[in-house]
Design a protein around this ligand. Sequence first.
Ligand SMILES: [Mg+2]
Length: 218
Amino acid sequence: MIEKKELKIISFDVDGTLVDLEYNDLIWFKEIPELVAKKKKINFEKSLKFVHEEYTKLGEQNLNWYDINYWISYFGIEISPNEIFEKYEPQVKIYREVIPLLEELKKNFILIVITAMPREFLVPKMKKLEKYFKYSFSALSDFKELKNSEIYSKISKAINVHPEQILHVGDHWEFDYPAAQKAGMNAIYLDRSNTKKGNFVVNNLAEIKRVIRDKYNN
Ligand SMILES: [Mg+2]
């Protein structure tokens, strides 16, 4: 009988997993286009369309796409990122199942977060959550890369835990699921839209308790 390594770490993506996407959306699709509209003296709708097209042109595979400083200087607007982050901090919404789940998991596991976004985006979102997490990693700020399998490998080395002993959960099909698996981690794909099914797919974050119980006897 092959002895399975005991699960030690539960790793969470942040956006769309622990907190909803509204905070990011307010920044990218409200604040930035509002500032661009003011600067270019055009109406909001026109500005939103323009800004949207510029985001799409650059694409989410380009690291600058995630960088608020890049966009502030690209659009020639004058504001400090912190002003924006603070303005929308009250809009951070933690999914309702998150705190009870973390309360339970912290009894048996070490919890970490791995986000693709720059660390500055993490600060307002983690205010109420940081006490649950031993480590937080930002692929962009810490490794200057998107979340890929090498990042997951580097993180498992950095915390000195075998990848088999880590379970990563996230809502991005490419960045959270196959990327973590390729690094040897266990992975669960969180599909809040309910379109994918499978043993390692959950539609609500609280369901990971079932997967952990069934698959890892924990
Ligand atoms: Mg996500």
